[in-house]
Design a protein around this ligand. Sequence first.
Ligand SMILES: [Zn+2]
Length: 317
Amino acid sequence: MILEQILLTFLFDLIVSQRTYCQLPDPIFNDGVKNSTWGDSDPSDWNYLNSDEWKTKVVTCGASFQSPINIITSTATKENTFPAINYILKSSTRNYFEAQRDYTKELEGEYDFITAFDLSNSQYKYYARQFHYHSPSEHQVDGKNFDLEVHFVHQAVEDGEQSCNDIRNKLTVFGLLFQYSNTASDYEVFKPWFDDTVNRVTSFDMNDFFQRMTDKTYYHYTGSLTTIPCSQTVNWYVFTSPLPISRTQLKQFKDFLDNDDYFPDKSNNRPVQNLNGRALYKGTASFNGVTSLPVIEASWSIIIQIAMLLIIYIIII
Ligand SMILES: [Zn+2]
């Protein structure tokens, strides 16, 4: 029975591991050293008070298409295209794990996918990898910050339908804004983040947010990571109608920023950057709950490996 389970688990992992994520371009460091570990762990290297100096270490942080931005809603043009949100409904069997990050709290894992439009106006599929938060919000809406911004980071994949070479923006990030409300109920998704006895989240549901979002208006532009190395490879979709958050849950996020070494200003938001002529689009997301994980295309070598495993399985049984 145990052997049976091991074989089945191996089979499942073999199929899932076929997902190939499109890699981000290497950051360009001023000292010419590629893949420098600068800023990875030493809080004296960078923080949110010296963000103007990030570009002295990493060239990309001083480039023209940086994030976050102040979204001036009157300047947006309506786009006909829109991201389709295909998050699976409740009870995923996939787990999220808390990642060790110095500058935010982050949950990592593979969840489900969205489809979104790249710079080239082609539609691609992106899989959810992790989500993390900033407080106060990084994006502004008509000059206003909000209490909290959660970033849902999705990465493009190479599969039978799309090639990494064709995809200019390897990441699509949804920015969800939250504002304190004395009538807000707690989000189930956030609870394990602050429970030390939980290290994996077994029932994780993005719809906790999207179903509560009565106004799914988003603003879409092309920008960057908001932390070093500031890679300019992000499709940004910022949902500007803030979701309510309770005092208790907001306090939990704020308390994390109490470490003066990393957060001298008790915040982890990069200041807004210049738009520099970039187009800003406005649209409404289309929400499609799906009830099963998508089938991942298997290559011939995988099919052969699976067949061999099945033969072993039948022989053993
Ligand atoms: Zn972020």
